[in-house]
Design a protein around this ligand. Sequence first.
Ligand code: KE4
Length: 436
Amino acid sequence: MSQQITKRSSELFTQAQKYIPGGVNSPVRAFRSVGATPRFIVKGRGNRIYDADGNEYIDFVSSWGPLIFGHASPNIINDVGAALKLGTSFGAPTEAETTLAKMIIDCVPSIEMLRLVNSGTEACMTAIRLARGFTGRDKILKFIGCYHGHADSLLVEAGSGLATFSTPSSKGVPQALANLTITAPYNDISYLEEIFRLAGPEIACVIVEPVAGNMGVVPPAPGFLEAIRTLTSQYGALFICDEVITGFRLGLTGAQGMYGISPDLTVLGKIIGGGLPLAAFGGRRDIMEHLSPLGDVYQAGTLSGNPLAVAAGISAIERLQKEKGLYGRINYVGSRWVEGLSKLAKEKGIPVTINSVGSMSTLFFTEGPVTDFASASKSDTQKYALYFRAMLEAGVYLAPSQFEAAFISAGFMLLDEIDDVLEIASKALDAVKEAK
Ligand code: KE4
């Protein structure tokens, strides 16, 4: 396979490392777990991105999920452009913020009120503070391998980049604080029941990715989400669904609509910002009204509800509401991708597990099944790195970590594109098979 030109990306990476820790503004972008030079991207169009050396890639990362329409979606470019002409930020309320809030509330039945913030981290951090303020309890429960951003209380046995670095929890998180975070294996109902039996009255909330994306894709086992709902209701704890990935990805009602659950609070991000920095948390009115300035749980933000990000969010949700066939199309392309990969791996005798829900999927290099972080961790990350590099060299841009999701965007206009990519995947899997 011809060696791809990465001269300019290498130069830019060397320069970036002088001024930015690791040369990146988010660790997983450094490609450390896949042993390749990070590509410095100059533009995106549809499902393509282009790097500083002029290489073109079919993009399965979609900026980690937000770009459900693909890159530079005309509706978003136009609507953000129009907002830009009016100014970039006012630090004052605008009608558009109410419009976006109402659009989200109209789509997600469990959300009666919401607040806009700038990142999923900020939204998750505030949601657990709100749960602690509302219940007067200090303990929270999260699941091993789930990632809810980098707020201290949530950086305990987290997924995503931390899973890549196999750091069970980050340095700098006070042990006293980490001790207030109870962790449990994802999908283990009896373990959860036992924890609630022992500590239920002390637990402020359970926060969960209703479909995990940060240990790779792991769907909820039958009854798992229902068990969280039952136990939190029984013990007076709040049920927080972190739908930063799944919200508006799996449909207008997200994973909670797909699995028929009604959480007390929901966290959203990524798609609702249309690729700009915007996230939200919302839910029951009686809980949300504890937030300042109404109540005594404080949260604030200079750029919260930023007009440009809100314009992008309105544009994204408007298009998702209008284009009825979009979810069906990306889910169908996603199923073709998963079926094709599975067939190739089987033909080549490579043990893999592929988990998928809708247009998000992960190919794990392990026999499987993959139902939690312990089983996901059995994946051969060296094989994943080899597969990643072979795909990258051939112009397919996958997540630079075994513990992330691949996303199909509506930018995949033609189904035969998937056949072309499967051709490339076949050669990449051959490289994995031939490697000792
Ligand atoms: P941000 O603070 O990165 O906007 O959102 C944090 C977050 C919260 N909840 C879930 C379920 C998430 O997936 C995330 C962030 N996702 C990662 C990738 N899986 C962001 C990519 C990165 O960290 O660079």
